[in-house]
Unconditional design. Structure first.
Length: 337
């Protein structure tokens, strides 16, 4: 019998069990290591930087003047970008101004009434008519007396009566014209004049708005991402002329499965890496959590979890300002973080 066989036979039962246990543990660790090495690792959660984009369009038709900005320029809110040449707008402004002046003149006439000179003239005419009517009445009474005494014929008496009646009517008409001039325009006439002024004022305001719409200004502060107009082009309403992006308030759009949602609620802070800037551990705060459309986000997991897993969209904003962060950059988040 050899020496190795003698050593093996010399091991006690306890030592043999210990050796078997050690060999088994080593084999288990090797199997676990192989399983972990072959198991696919979870990829990082990848989000994309986005910013608010505003399309600037015209409200009126016209011809484009020389653009004041180029792509990449920084603009302030209210800064002039382009002036539209619209001759019809200028003509409409002149017309509305003339209509307003006419309406205001008619309103002034209605409020002021007849001129003092015209009132004095009508008063003189009324007084002359009263005097003539008084004389005609006296002559008619004399004719009645003479006719009763047989001095004049009935024809002369009738003529005196008719003349008295005619002059009295003329005197009443003249006095009515005088009182009408003194009282001025009727209430309805004044209201109509006021309404004409209001209508003309509204027309001028509308043309003033059209005139201001010739000046295309930046609605927000930001950077001109695209310029879609050239000098001399015909512009139609609602067609975008410029696109401005707000680079001062970027945010990250991130899509995650609902199994990863625990702990991701509004206000949560995640740390992400920005490869384009070479930054790691940048803080981002969750500002919005919403479900994506079911037609594109469901994932069958019935074999493992027994339900269809949906995806959710998260909006995250940098906790602190990140210089150089631009739309389209990727932000990577640790799925287990």
């Amino acid at each position: 019998m050899s020496s190795s066989e003698n050593a093996s036979l010399s091991l006690s039962p306890g030592k043999r069990r210990l050796a078997i246990a050690i060999f088994g543990a080593i084999a288990l660790l090797l199997a676990l290591g192989l399983w972990l090495a072959g198991r696919p690792s979870e990829p990082p959660l990848q989000g994309e930087v986005e910013v608010r984009e505003v399309n600037v369009a015209a409200k009126i038709a016209g011809t484009a003047g020389a653009p004041r900005v180029e792509e990449g320029d920084e603009v302030a809110k209210g800064e002039l970008l382009l002036t539209i040449e619209a001759p019809l707008v200028g003509a409409a402004q002149q017309q509305s101004e003339a209509l307003l002046e006419t309406a205001q003149a008619l309103q002034s006439i209605a409020e002021e009434g007849v001129r003092p000179e015209d009132i004095a003239s009508l008063r003189a005419v009324a007084e002359a008519a009263d005097a003539q009517a008084q004389l005609a009445r006296v002559s008619a009474r004399r004719a009645e007396t003479l006719y009763a005494d047989g001095v004049i014929a009935a024809q002369r008496r009738d003529e005196a009566r008719a003349f008295a009646t005619s002059t009295a009517a003329n005197a009443r008409a003249a006095n009515l014209q005088y009182r009408k001039a003194v009282e001025g325009a009727r209430t309805q006439t004044r209201r109509a004049a006021d309404a004409q002024v209001a209508l003309a004022s509204g027309g001028r305001q509308a043309t003033d708005v059209l005139g201001r719409d010739q000046q295309i200004a930046a609605p927000i502060a930001g950077q001109v991402a695209r310029r879609l107009v050239e000098e001399g082009e015909v512009i139609a309403p609602a067609i975008p002329l410029f696109q401005i992006v707000d680079l001062d308030h970027p945010w990250v759009r991130l899509s995650v499965r609902e199994s990863r949602l625990p702990g991701l609620r509004r206000g949560s802070v995640l740390e992400g890496d920005i490869p384009a800037l070479g930054l790691e551990g940048v803080g981002f705060r969750v500002t919005k959590v919403s479900a994506l459309g079911e037609f594109a986000t469901s994932r069958a997991t019935r074999q493992s979890s027994g339900y269809d897993e949906r995806s959710f969209e998260l909006h995250l904003e940098p906790v602190e300002k990140v210089d150089g962060l631009r739309p389209g950059m990727s932000v990577l988040f640790d799925p287990d973080g």
